[in-house]
Design a protein around this ligand. Structure first.
Ligand code: ATP
Length: 465
């Protein structure tokens, strides 16, 4: 505080002194005075409109205030305008990692270190290598449902921040690790019309009209399992489901629980369900359900089996009521599911998430191009060339083409737009990923289709009688 006061005094004499403004802004950030920091950096940019440090700090403040999409846009802009400013690439890496884009994060991280080896943040590198999870500068959701921006220095052990917000340390760790308030919704998911309609009918309407559904003997609650080939939007649509109803989104990779919390997985799983209950309405999303749902005998020893039992009893609501908690599970390998998972009250509704059809591909292309410098885009032409592509494959095409233009832009110091030709070239380099999945799924659908589990897959493949 003394530092802030003396900086303010100095600025009273010299109000437009850029180094002083930077020091004051950073001091406010270090004291978690988000609004004050924002005002200082905004003023600084009036004095020095091209100041990359101030712009980077403002992007970070947007992120900690829960506006992560805006933060990403801003930091992309800073990287374009001042490609040699390493801290911007570090922040871009952090934001990409928070979005689950570990490969991109690694790319940005390497760029930063190449420009300035001093920016090498070992903690961030470790997280990138582990594949992500939101930590560090991030958004935390309070039990009331209000959003609170909190800046956390990854290197700091400072516990004061938790005291300041009156929550215990463990809880905050869990929230930071798993919870967010998505700023996405169905409009930002290309295609998937029938999946959206299914989710409306099976999740959103029942939740919004609970009494009505009960009157017709329909159950409300339980879990919905999304299955289908990888990269086709299961995670994205789950986030968007939370966004549609302004719910907290808690995302848990079950491998993550099994690997990170060896010996204490059941406790962590219980804590996560409790976190979801406290923050209701919550969409509690479990990715890789097959990690748990594999034949229980095969699971990694008895630890795995206990975890399965814990999971099932949490879902049954025997531990506590799951009111306002929507459990969504995702798997690419539904054939590994133990039938115990599919009983009423558990994952008793299934939704097949197919690859995008041509109009959906066009929509995804449009979404990917939004806000980026792309010229002469022929969405229809591109979509036609993307046979068997998943949404993630389409994203890989854009990543590749953008990377190429960015490289040229970094050399010339000017924005070099991505062309349709570059995208077409990138399409040739990306291997469609959905076909392999259908090769396996087809056999299960034809020969192990108990209770019509795979009817949607058969319909998709045109194999229904
Ligand atoms: P996995 O089974 O491998 O976990 P998934 O089915 O959960 O994959 P997502 O992680 O949701 O797939 O999708 C990967 C990325 O592909 C998304 O982050 C998004 O960028 C893009 N993507 C996929 N489908 C769509 C879509 N319908 N609209 C817009 N983007 C999409």
């Amino acid at each position: 505080m003394a530092e802030i006061d003396s900086l303010k005094q100095a600025l009273a004499v010299s109000p437009d002194n850029v180094p002083l403004l930077l020091m004051l802004g950073n001091a406010h950030m270090a004291s978690f005075q988000i609004e004050e920091a924002r005002q200082v950096f905004t003023h600084l940019l009036k004095v020095d409109p091209s100041n990359a440090e101030a712009k980077t700090c403002l992007a970070r403040l947007l992120d900690v205030s829960g506006k992560s999409s805006e933060a990403i846009l801003r930091i992309e802009q800073v990287c374009q305008e001042t490609p040699n400013y390493a801290p911007a690439w570090i922040l871009r890496a952090t934001l990409a990692l928070n979005e689950g884009e570990a490969t991109l994060a690694r790319e940005y991280f390497d760029k930063a270190v190449l420009i300035d080896p001093k920016t090498k943040d070992k903690e961030l590198l470790k997280r990138i290598e582990q594949g992500g999870g939101r930590k560090g500068p991030g958004t935390r959701i309070q039990s009331s449902g209000d959003q609170v921006g909190v800046y956390l220095d990854p290197d700091s052990d400072d516990d004061d921040i938790f005291e300041a917000f009156d929550v215990d340390d463990d809880d905050s760790d869990l929230e930071l690790e798993f919870a967010s308030r998505p700023d996405t919704n169905f409009a930002k998911v290309g295609g998937m019309e029938s999946v959206k309609e299914d989710i409306r009918m099976k999740i959103l309407y029942p939740m919004q009209n609970e009494e009505l559904f009960k009157a017709y003997g329909k159950t409300v609650g339980g879990g919905v399992l999304l299955y289908g080939p990888p990269g086709c939007g299961k995670t994205l649509i789950s986030r968007a489901t939370a966004g549609e109803i302004d719910a907290t989104f808690i995302s848990v990779g079950l491998h993550q629980i099994l690997d990170m919390y060896i010996g204490q997985s059941e406790g962590k799983l219980h804590d996560i369900f409790e976190l979801a209950r406290r923050n209701a309405p919550t969409v509690l999303f479990f990715d890789e359900v097959d990690a748990l749902a594999a034949d229980r005998k095969d699971l990694r020893g008895s630890a795995g089996r206990t975890l399965v039992n814990q999971f099932l009893s949490e879902m049954d609501g025997t531990e506590a009521h799951n009111e306002g908690v929507l459990v969504l599970g995702a798997t690419n390998a539904p054939w590994h599911l133990d039938s115990a998972f599919l009983r009423p009250g558990r994952f008793d509704r299934l939704i097949f998430v197919p690859p995008p059809d041509e109009p959906a591909k066009e929509e995804i292309i449009k979404i990917m191009a939004q806000g980026k410098p792309v010229t002469d885009l022929d969405m229809g032409g591109l979509a036609k060339k993307m046979k068997d592509f998943s949404g993630a494959d389409i994203k890989a095409v854009f990543d590749q083409a953008i990377e190429e233009s960015l490289g040229q832009a970094m050399k010339s110091g000017k924005i070099v737009p991505v062309t349709n030709k570059q995208l077409l070239n990138a399409v040739k380099n990306v291997k469609p990923s959905t076909k392999k999945w259908f090769d396996s799924a087809k056999n299960y659908a034809l020969y192990a289709n108990q209770s019509g589990f795979y009817d949607d897959v058969l319909t998709y493949l045109g194999l229904t009688k």
